[in-house]
Design a protein around this ligand. Structure first.
Ligand SMILES: C[C@@H]1N[C@@H](C(=O)NCc2ccccc2)[C@H](O)[C@@H]1O
Length: 449
């Protein structure tokens, strides 16, 4: 291995209580809200085909006109208590809010930037009431912070001249000041969700990103910061030049999920997902595939089955309300979580062989393994192959009329669980009580006779 000063400082997952809490939460709510919600993907009758929060970079958008949108920011229908209530109903245990996206507009009245809510008709702090409302519901808050800041004259994508380096030096002080300010203003937040760290200026300054992370940890012990913040001294990101994960969890799963256990190497990880194909901020016209609640639920289940968290993104409108499709999904996911949430919270990789009908999720640290069935086989029977030295002690379903009869032993540690032929319109859950046992097949057979 290479001698690295600014690579990973820890091998393996964090074992402290803050990280255990994050790991048990499994379902998060991402909120992208800012000036980009005003154009909502359209400008002067034309439709922007990119992600709505990137409209400032569209050649048809005069940047000065975009930058002046702060004069229109006035979310008269913003009700953070309602936001928190609906997130709580959905079953989200944490929320990530954009304090500042790439455009540099701050949703809090920052001392270090004029480009904030303080300069808007709204005037007031947006972040504080949101943190308070979510915390009151028992939902943890994480602060999204973009290192890229198109509004800051000292920001650079790359350092080409000595003048660039002097400007960027000032920019790094500005970043550190804003992050310090955010922790002082909102001391109950559990971590930062950094973004916009792919440019050369940042990638080639691994020592700063490393020192910044350590500074933030000293300021606020226990902070949870993903792998997207840092680079090592060779410009490697997420995984250092020795292949070791930096940060507290793998944070590269954006609009994509790992397929199998081997893809996550036992690391903590988090996937963040849009409901349309690629819109984080509010876009008036969602084009392409819009994920159904069952699709989002399956992604959540898949994430938990692979030992990761799943965060669903919402893009409120400029007036502070949520679009119908997003409210619908929160309500549908809420219904499912109220019945099946026990399979998700505290869930992790069961270490069982994957089957076509769906996913296994182990209640962490126990012999309870949930089966979340997403694909009912036409045979009506679910194959379950237990690992060696594991016996089946009991089988129940979280809802009535799911299982018919008792599991049929079909081979060494292998069973068919027969289903009641009701047509299911959502994933359903079966709970397996297992036990580690030196004698194979003795468990369920014994319980049955
Ligand atoms: C969480 C999302 N990240 C921002 C983004 O630009 N992602 C696209 C991207 C992802 C990875 C490398 C470069 C660019 C999007 O605007 C959202 O904020």
């Amino acid at each position: 291995t290479l001698p690295l000063e600014h690579g990973a400082h820890r091998i393996g997952n964090r074992t402290d209580a803050d990280m255990a809490r994050w790991r048990s939460q499994r379902l998060g709510q991402f909120i992208h809200w800012g000036l980009y919600a005003i154009p909502g993907g359209e400008w002067k009758g034309k439709t922007y085909n990119g992600a709505a929060e990137w409209i400032r970079s569209w050649k048809e958008m005069p940047q000065q006109e975009y930058d002046n949108l702060y004069k229109q920011f006035n979310p008269v229908n913003y009700q953070p208590e309602e936001w928190a209530q609906q997130a709580n109903d959905m079953g989200a245990k944490y929320m990530i809010i954009t304090t500042k996206h790439h455009d540099g507009f701050c949703l809090w009245p920052s001392k270090y930037s004029k480009y904030s809510v303080a300069a808007s008709p709204w005037k007031k702090d947006i972040i504080g009431p949101m943190v308070d409302a979510y915390n009151k519901k028992g939902i943890d808050v994480y602060l999204y912070f973009s290192i890229i800041d198109w509004n800051q004259p000292d920001w650079r994508a790359a350092l080409k001249t000595p003048a660039d380096s002097i400007a960027y030096q000032r920019f790094k002080v500005f970043v550190k000041n804003q992050l310090t300010e955010l922790l002082q203003r909102y001391p109950t937040v559990k971590g930062f969700w950094f973004d916009g760290t792919w440019d050369d200026s940042w990638k080639n300054d691994g020592s700063f990103s490393d020192e910044l992370e350590q500074y933030l940890q000293r300021l606020h012990p226990g902070l949870i910061i993903g792998s997207r913040l840092r680079a090592d001294e060779k410009g490697a990101r997420h995984f250092d030049s020795n292949g070791r994960l930096m940060g507290d969890y793998e944070q590269g799963w954006e609009r994509k999920l790992p397929e199998k256990s081997a893809d996550v190497h036992g690391n903590d990880w988090e996937g963040v997902m849009t409901i349309p194909e690629n819109q984080w901020g509010y876009n008036a016209r969602w084009a392409g595939h819009i994920k159904s609640s069952n699709e989002l639920i399956e992604m959540l289940v898949k994430s938990a089955s692979l030992g990761g968290n799943f965060v669903i993104n919402f893009g409120p409108k400029s007036d502070g309300t949520f679009r119908t499709e997003e409210v619908q999904r929160m309500q549908e996911i809420s219904r499912w979580m109220k019945i099946n949430g026990s399979a998700i919270y505290g869930g992790t990789d069961a270490g069982f062989a994957k089957q076509d009908w769906g996913y296994y999720i182990r209640k962490s640290g126990t012999d309870s393994v949930y089966m979340v069935v997403c694909n009912v086989p036409v045979s009506g029977q679910l194959r379950v192959k237990l690992p060696a030295q594991t016996t089946l002690v009991n089988v129940t379903s979280l809802e009535k009329n799911i299982i018919s009869g008792t599991p049929e032993l079909i081979g060494k540690n292998e069973y068919f669980i027969h289903l009641d032929h009701k047509n299911q319109d959502a994933p359903f859950v079966i709970l397996l009580q297992t036990s580690k046992d030196s004698r194979d097949n003795s468990g369920f057979e014994k319980a049955k006779t």
